[in-house]
Write a protein that binds this ligand. Structure first.
Ligand code: SAM
Length: 275
């Protein structure tokens, strides 16, 4: 580790500048990345998948942790050479994959490397794909053991918002039905290079042991899209195309409520009733 150049030196040596198109806002202070890793752990000797290592500040902190392996998926191939230098310090505990995290099959990735399927996700997410990536990990066939994710503050607040809150919406319901989630850290825009326009926060999510069937999860996406698509309307009207009052009766939900008044458990009953 001590032989590695600083992150700034590394960026300079490779002539790399942040690109807006890839949502690049780097964390160059290892005290911050180490804190994120502490808040995300313990990893108990499990593998960690990191999305978007960029110059590798979070990657270095992950490699200092007790994670067995760190597999990093980076879409911007300009960073591959810089990142491969981490292999000289950490050998085959580290691998960087040139690819788009939205398209990666994580279960296959782990199986191909003979790593246990139970891995953790840690990422300072590119803002432009943060929400689709979260939805993929929450609703997809592969289950991470935990997710420690840096989002723009507005998205982080939506993930953990309780029922009745202004930020409570689709992302809150889907996240909270499937996971226990806590906002564990706030970071001002100035902590990043270059600074984004908005502040950020880290959310840690742990998928619940009891997971609804895949068909129910699909329905949860449908019901929340319909209900929050017209969030000011009563559910009997916003859910009309999915069964309206009959569906609400079956799920024992008051048809005069609006989406923001229904607890995640209520949405789970609606998704189950729709099956
Ligand atoms: N982890 C680094 C840090 O904390 O300094 C960089 C974080 S930066 C906010 C987001 C990173 O994700 C960038 O390196 C960017 O190139 C990468 N990225 C953007 N879209 C991606 C995608 N679809 N799949 C994988 N990586 C992506």
């Amino acid at each position: 580790m001590s032989d590695l150049p600083t992150l700034r030196e590394s960026l300079e040596q490779h002539g790399l500048m942040a690109k807006k198109a890839f949502g690049q806002h780097f964390l160059l202070d290892l005290n911050i990345t180490r804190k994120i890793v502490r808040l995300g752990g313990p990893f108990d000797g499990d593998p960690v998948i990191e999305v978007g290592p960029g110059p590798g500040g979070l990657t270095r902190a992950l490699l200092e942790s007790e994670a067995s392996h760190v597999i990093a998926v980076e879409k911007d191939s300009r960073f591959l050479e810089l990142l491969s230098e981490l292999n000289s310090a950490y050998g085959d505990r580290f691998e960087v994959i040139d690819g788009d995290a939205l398209k990666v099959d994580e279960a296959q990735l782990l199986a191909d490397r003979k790593l246990p399927v139970g891995a953790h996700i840690v990422s300072n997410l590119p803002y432009n794909v943060g929400t689709p990536l979260l939805i993929k990990w929450l609703t997809g066939p592969w289950q991470p053991k935990s997710l420690t994710l840096m989002f723009q503050l507005e998205v982080a607040l939506r993930v953990v918002a309780p029922v009745g809150d202004d930020d409570y919406g689709r992302l809150s319901v889907i996240s909270q039905v499937l996971c226990d989630g806590v906002k564990v850290m706030d970071l001002p825009a100035r902590a990043f290079t270059p600074p984004p326009k908005v502040d950020s926060a880290v959310v840690r999510l742990v998928p619940r042991a009891e997971r609804p069937a895949a068909a129910v999860i699909k329905n949860l996406e449908k019901v929340t899209a319909a209900a929050f698509g017209q969030r000011r309307k009563m559910l009997r009207s916003s859910l009309k195309s999915l069964g309206g009052e009959a569906l609400l009766d079956k799920a024992e939900i008051d048809a005069t409520l609006r989406a923001e008044q229904v607890h995640p458990d209520g949405f789970l009953r609606l998704a189950t009733a729709l099956t």
